[in-house]
Ligand binder design. Structure first.
Ligand SMILES: Cc1cc2nc3c(=O)[nH]c(=O)nc-3n(C[C@H](O)[C@H](O)[C@H](O)COP(=O)(O)O)c2cc1C
Length: 226
């Protein structure tokens, strides 16, 4: 499986941080990933949750927005991830943009977005996607694919008039992951990869100017061994 990195990847050092605010740094990497034509879904991210007993589970979801409040995605609140997030409101997110040899890891607490934000996003989606969200009891066992096709047919008839709004199901909406840790990983052709981790200071001795450095917006950052 091991292939040589043919292309020389840009060396990423501390001075290459475009910002000492990790949200701005994320914006910069995300923009590059979105502009990279070989990356079809730059916003696909692996979302890891854990049950109340600490058993992890992971799946992909799509990032639908971010700012200094956090990273937003939308899903079914009654799904497995939804239940785990109710029980244990912490998550980890991982992006991997393979053509750029870049990964970002985010960890933080999770809360629901407001119903207004969920309504707004739900109704911005194509009607077919809205119907998909209404008909799917996400994560529940079903007897067959036909069950979904029949349910879709029924809803398409019920809402065939485009003027009839499709109500957002109460158990469908958004979450925001409020970041506590954001790590930027840059693969290097030398295999001496770069890792810069932003986090909040845990004591008044941080940052010490040696291992930890002052970032913006209350963040500190440090370099980790690869
Ligand atoms: C690239 C990709 C993007 C996805 N985006 C979403 C999403 O934004 N929201 C969602 O609920 N499921 C999304 N899914 C489906 C989830 O991976 C998963 O099957 C579903 O959410 C149920 O997960 P759970 O049973 O762990 O709750 C996506 C799957 C893939 C492969």
């Amino acid at each position: 499986m091991r292939k040589p990195y043919n292309e020389k990847h840009k060396t990423f050092t501390e001075v290459d941080l475009i910002s000492k605010d990790p949200i701005e740094q994320f914006q910069s990497w995300f923009d590059v990933a979105c502009q990279t034509t070989t990356i079809l879904e730059a916003n696909a991210m692996c979302l890891s949750t854990a049950s109340k007993t600490g058993k992890p589970s992971a799946r992909y979801v799509l990032l639908k927005g971010f700012d200094k409040e956090g990273f937003r995605f939308f899903t079914n609140y009654s799904s497995r991830k939804g239940i785990e997030l109710e029980e244990n409101p912490f998550a980890a997110i991982t992006f991997y943009w393979e053509p750029l040899l870049r990964s970002v890891r985010i960890e933080g607490s999770v809360k629901r977005v407001s119903t207004e934000v969920s309504d707004q996003y739900f109704h911005s989606r194509p009607r077919g996607s809205q119907i998909g969200a209404v008909l799917s009891a996400q994560s529940q066992p079903i007897p067959s694919r036909q069950t979904l096709i029949d349910a879709e047919e029924k809803l398409l008839q019920e809402y065939n008039d485009e003027k009839i709004p499709i109500p957002r199901p109460e158990n469908w909406g958004g979450y925001v992951v409020v970041p506590e840790v954001i790590e930027f990983w840059q693969g290097q052709s030398t295999r001496i990869h770069d890792r810069i981790r932003f986090r909040r200071p845990v004591s008044s001795l941080e940052p010490d100017g040696i291992l930890t450095h002052q970032g913006d917006e209350g963040w500190i950052y440090e370099r980790l061994a690869p």
